[in-house]
Design a protein around this ligand. Sequence first.
Ligand code: SF4
Length: 62
Amino acid sequence: MRSSSDTYKNVAENCSQYSPKNGWDTFSNSTSECSCTTCNHFTKNAFCDIDLYDEIVENHDL
Ligand code: SF4
């Protein structure tokens, strides 16, 4: 799974399981953006460990 950072962002914004690595408390005033790359479910291999990425891309035509 390789994609542009824009797609990671759009997917995370549409993802119900997005889980920011920094936690929600610091999310609103943190510099880290909502993106798969800042999600706990995103693995080192650039893969969503709960397999939601492809589904969201397809459902939202991202
Ligand atoms: S890595 Fe997976 S769970 Fe996390 S925001 Fe992306 S699609 Fe959603």
